[in-house]
Design a protein around this ligand. Structure first.
Ligand SMILES: Cc1cc2nc3c(=O)[nH]c(=O)nc-3n(C[C@H](O)[C@H](O)[C@H](O)COP(=O)(O)OP(=O)(O)OC[C@H]3O[C@@H](n4cnc5c(N)ncnc54)[C@H](O)[C@@H]3O)c2cc1C
Length: 350
């Protein structure tokens, strides 16, 4: 945790040049890469990092699997993103979203940990369609350089998780929580669980490729943690999201009166359709506050004043189905749930 003088004119985010300090294979499908650099002294929010997201500017690889160094580029100037997009796509690298799983920012040499899901289609065999970030992680070596875009801890707005846009976990006054996600959400759910106070209770469901990917998670809260392994054997693996959907349905059942009353079978409104092949599914209480999407069943109740809060992230089509179930069938107020499509099957980010 940092305590610093704040300057309101500081930018919210900064680009941080870092190098790989170490690489650790946590399990068959998770690789932890630790990034270090003195620039990280200016990185971070003042509280727990929770589900803090960052952008990684990942170098491209040439035909021999060698990294093409990122072009010299000032990502701290305004309008940098459009200028970066205009560069040669084969050389400028790719921008991808990841979670800060851990950090040691007060150390002499500050570091952050990022847990990469490896895109294997069989144990140890990288998927032919694996994207640049997972492929980069597969080839990474200590000393490799990369740029991270993340929160500037000198910016006044970054001083709490409640006010920094890169953190979605906002349970408000809720004491009962539901966390559900696939492997890409494991880093965020793990960091959130570590931060929870003992008075919180609920469930956490984590769907992962196989039982070897279970991790020993720590929490002071009374939250039941359930790992859901799809199964590694080729042809015997459960479809992505199936176990997660069943788990959420069992934990949050449809109210008993729904079948009696509603001819159309729903306790709440039909949520707006999101075409996950074209659009990003990202519906969180924070975004609803600013976008005023409406459709709240109880608009008089301020967001954050409810006893139950859910945080759900993973493959977009799976999250869309869970959203429809919770909003329409169960009738949960959308101010109580963050629904986040972290990636899309068959689609590259960006
Ligand atoms: C807020 C946020 C936080 C995230 N945190 C993490 C994190 O901490 N760790 C992490 O590993 N991921 C995380 N993700 C997901 C990650 O950004 C995506 O998986 C991303 O697509 C990976 O980039 P890529 O270059 O490897 O693949 P892309 O170029 O984006 O995609 C190439 C192909 O790979 C497929 N693909 C992408 N992701 C997966 C996957 N997980 N499994 C199988 N196929 C896949 C795509 O469908 C596509 O066909 C996060 C996403 C968001 C939005």
């Amino acid at each position: 945790m940092k305590t610093r003088e704040t300057a309101p004119t500081q930018p919210m985010t900064l680009a941080f040049d870092v190098t790989v300090s170490s690489i650790q294979d946590l399990s068959p499908n998770f690789r932890r890469i630790t990034f270090g650099g003195y620039s990280l002294r200016d990185f971070g929010v003042s509280g727990d990092t929770l589900d803090l997201r960052i952008k990684l500017m990942v170098p491209s690889l040439d035909n021999a699997g060698q990294q093409i160094p990122l072009p010299a580029f000032n990502m701290n100037q305004s309008g940098w993103y459009q200028a970066w997009l205009a560069l040669d796509p084969a050389r400028r690298g790719s921008m991808r979203t990841y979670t800060v799983r851990g950090s040691r920012l007060d150390s002499v040499y500050p570091e952050i940990d990022v847990d990469f899901v490896m895109h294997f289609d069989a144990p140890g065999h990288v998927n032919q369609n694996s994207g640049p970030a997972a492929t980069w992680a597969q080839h990474a070596r200590p000393g490799d350089a990369l740029t991270i875009i993340g929160p500037n801890n000198r910016a006044a707005q970054c001083r709490t998780a409640e006010t920094y846009g890169g953190i979605e976990w906002r349970p408000g006054l809720a004491e009962r929580v539901l966390l559900a996600g696939d492997e890409t959400a494991v880093p965020a759910i793990s960091a959130i669980l570590e931060s929870l106070p003992s008075y919180m209770s609920g469930h956490a469901f984590l769907e992962v490729p196989e039982a070897g990917d279970f991790q020993d998670l720590k929490t002071a809260a009374d939250v039941d943690i359930t790992w859901l392994p799809r199964g590694a054997a080729i042809g015997r693996s459960r479809p992505h999201g199936e176990l997660l959907q069943h788990a959420v349905r069992a934990a949050v059942p449809v109210p008993g009166w729904v079948g009696i009353k509603a001819a159309d079978g729903g306790a709440g409104p039909e949520p707006e359709n999101v075409n996950v092949d074209r659009d990003i599914l990202w519906e969180t209480p924070a975004r609803m506050e600013t976008a005023a999407i409406g459709a709240s069943r109880n608009p008089a109740l301020p967001a954050g004043a409810m006893p139950f809060y859910a945080w759900i992230a993973g493959e977009a089509a799976v999250i869309k189905d869970i959203r429809r179930y919770l909003v329409r069938d169960v009738g949960i107020d959308r101010k109580q749930v963050a629904f986040m499509g972290y990636w899309r099957q068959g689609k590259a980010e960006g």
